[in-house]
Design a protein around this ligand. Structure first.
Ligand code: 9MR
Length: 562
């Protein structure tokens, strides 16, 4: 009897130690990944594997994909550890991040001491990238292609890839080349440049920004910047980091926090002071909330996750305790602070993120338009059809009719009541927490034609008079009346027809409009335009256009004519 009671108590204690909502669930509702750098040698340590699986939806090899480990001899690749991590990630629904292809550290002796000239170095690197990236194509979703290429003064670090001997390209040319080779090897992977001491605005981050801007301007395949964030309790100011993330995301780049840890002075048994643990927690919470300010800040990853296994003690004597779980896998104040930010940081929406649901035009919306807001940093982790619990979109304070939402994507009908204004203030509210307000320009009509594949271009959502979808197999016939589905037609008159005059063309030929107004049976805001196909329209796939009060639908929509 007594034994059983103890067993039950032990079980209770255990279940109390498991956080109610793991970080990965909290992060999913914020539309981002929460990750950790991992080493497969620890997978056999049960609490390591359990905690990693439970808490994280992203994993990255701490070392296993580095050149020296994965390519230890000229003709030998060692996939064992990287494969083990890839398998663990796949088994636990974790996105896999690759680290790293081009770095000056952890280079094998055969390469460092091989006496290769630039031509050979270029061939070796290209082959390495093709082999490693090719093997994990479709599994690694993002690569740190190049790591730590800049000095703190903003100059390029002298390395075997750059200038000793280098791959024969000057300036950031070798970084560009590595990005291009990686894109060729896996067109689906996101490509990052990753560095440290470049979190805030400083000489080094200025240089990285200048490179990123140049790459974006010239179409070099760069998708994001990794900010490592190996911190002590004295970090760059939040304002400085925010400004840096802002300028990078303003280029359209993603930002990911890739190697967060906050090392603390520890005693001989690795224990830090309560005050320092609290200071560390504040940094973890602040950094998490900072990322959640940016729809394009897409991951927060720590460099390890348990103080039991961290690079810090062996690299900084007298320091340790840098991570969010302690050496016994118990969540620390840093963990609680991350969780708290995930649970309370206000959602953020960006200007220009509200688009026409049919055309994705983003410059303005119209009363009654079915719209999609992209990028809000909080919402249901999976798609919900209306009613969406806890979510409101407000236009000048008026809640709009929702159609569906998941974090990062919410569809609404712009209230008809905004008619006559030149702009509306949009706010997004989730779980009672309001976002920033964003001014959205309004126009009387912003027509968009729905397309069959929802891409905004190609074959339009068009039925013939017998309600059959127009396609190559069922082309539009001259003399028939087509039903074109659209949104953004603006105000409706009392008879549910569009208030403004409507015209339409197929292949540039005017088509008589027989009806343009509310689409019977569909949500208010969906527009149906019935147009007759005149004798003069050309055959084949023809451009289809409607205009409402002189505002034309998006280019690129087609209809097939017999
Ligand atoms: O954590 C890694 C450690 O195990 C290695 O010995 C070390 C070798 O330089 O690299 C560490 O990881 C580094 C990462 O790859 C790049 N940014 C700095 C990290 C900490 O040094």
């Amino acid at each position: 009897m007594r034994r059983e009671v103890f067993a039950v108590l032990a079980l209770l204690a255990l279940s109390c130690a498991v956080p109610a909502q793991p970080l990965r669930d909290l992060a999913a509702a914020r539309g981002i990944r929460v990750g950790a750098a991992v080493a497969p040698g620890y997978f056999s340590e049960q609490p390591y594997a359990d905690t990693l699986a439970r808490e994280f939806n992203q994993a990255q090899p701490e070392n296993a994909m580095k050149f020296g480990l994965i390519h230890p001899a000229r003709d030998t690749y060692n996939w064992t550890d990287a494969d083990a991590i890839a398998a663990f990630a796949a088994a636990h629904g974790q996105a896999l991040r690759g680290h790293t292809l081009v770095w000056h550290n952890q280079v094998p002796a055969w390469l460092a001491n091989g006496g290769f000239d630039s031509t050979r170095m270029a061939a070796i690197l290209q082959d390495h990238i093709r082999t490693v990236v090719g093997r994990y194509a479709g599994r690694v979703y993002a690569w740190d292609v190049v790591n730590e290429a800049f000095n703190n003064d903003g100059t390029l670090r002298g390395t075997l890839w750059y200038d000793t001997p280098g791959i024969g390209l000057s300036g950031t040319g070798y970084i560009e080349q590595a990005l291009r080779w990686t894109r060729d090897a896996d067109p689906g992977a996101k490509l990052f440049y990753n560095d440290y001491s470049a979190e805030g605005s400083n000489t080094k981050s200025d240089a990285i920004y200048a490179m990123a801007r140049d790459f974006k301007a010239r179409g070099v395949p760069l998708d994001g910047i990794g900010l490592q964030m190996h911190f002590t309790t004295s970090t760059p100011s939040l304002a400085s980091m925010e400004a840096n993330i802002r300028r990078l995301t303003d280029l359209g780049l993603e930002v990911q926090i890739t190697e967060l840890d906050v090392r603390l002075p520890v005693d001989a048994s690795g224990v830090a002071s309560a005050a320092n643990l609290a200071a560390q927690a504040k940094i973890y919470g602040d950094v998490t909330a900072l990322c959640l300010k940016f729809p394009l800040c897409t991951a927060i990853q720590t460099w390890g996750f348990t103080d039991r296994h961290s690079w810090i003690p062996s690299s900084f004597a007298g320091y340790g305790a840098g991570l969010e779980f302690d050496a016994s896998y118990q969540p620390k104040p840093a963990y609680d602070a991350m969780a708290a930010s995930f649970k309370t940081a206000p959602p953020v929406i960006a200007a220009g993120a509200l688009t026409n649901a049919a055309s994705y035009a983003a410059d303005a919306v119209s009363p009654g338009e079915i719209a999609v807001l992209f990028g809000a940093t909080w919402g249901p982790a999976s798609l919900q059809l209306a009613p969406v619990s806890g979510l409101r979109l407000l236009f000048d304070g008026t809640p709009a009719t929702l159609i569906y939402a998941r974090v990062g994507q919410a569809s609404v009908v712009v209230p008809f009541s905004v008619a006559g204004r030149s702009s509306t203030q949009l706010q997004y509210e989730y779980n009672g927490v309001a976002s920033n307000a964003v001014a959205v320009p309004l126009r009387a009509a912003v027509p968009g034609i729905f397309t069959l594949d929802s891409s905004g271009h190609g074959p339009g959502a068009v039925l013939d008079s017998a309600y059959r979808v127009i396609s190559r197999d069922n082309p539009a016939r001259r003399g028939d009346v087509l039903q074109v589905f659209a949104t953004g037609g603006g105000a409706l008159a009392a008879d549910s027809k569009l208030a403004a005059p409507v015209s339409a063309t197929i292949g540039g030929v005017d088509c008589p409009v027989q009806y343009a107004g509310a689409a019977p049976g569909l949500i208010a805001g969906a527009v149906q335009v019935n147009l007759a196909v005149p004798a003069g329209v050309p055959s084949g796939e023809q451009p289809l256009s409607i205009a409402v009060g002189g505002a034309a639908s998006q280019p690129g929509v087609t209809v097939v004519v017999q």
